[in-house]
Design a protein. Structure first.
Length: 109
């Protein structure tokens, strides 16, 4: 997995590429927890290039969401593939996370 980071005003965009699993989720976790530590108001995780996410990847996102809630930050997910969207839906996490169609919607939404 690769992660591209981009900062725009009060927004940090993490664009993940590849599979998010128990081997790669620690890298995503590191970047998300840094955003939490820095109290970034809005963090967008762009999953357009993510083909698969397992429970460790989901746990990483939940941990970041909980951390951001402490300072009223916002964690947004966008561009989920059908396969990834099904995983979130099955786990009922589509009701927990702010999920957007694409990066543009997440940025203005």
């Amino acid at each position: 997995m690769e992660i591209k980071i981009e900062d725009q005003k009060n927004i940090r965009i993490l664009s993940a590429m590849g599979e998010v699993d128990m081997h790669t989720s620690p890298e995503l976790r590191k970047h998300l927890l840094k955003a939490v530590k820095d109290k970034i108001p809005i963090v967008i995780v762009d999953l357009k290039e993510v083909s698969y996410i397992d429970s460790s990847g989901i746990a990483t996102l939940v941990e970041a969401l909980k951390g951001m809630m402490k300072y009223k930050g916002s964690l947004k997910l966008c561009s989920l593939s059908e396969r990834v969207k099904e995983i979130f839906s099955f786990a009922k996490l589509d009701k927990v996370f702010e999920i957007y169609k694409d990066l543009q919607d997440a940025t203005i939404g």
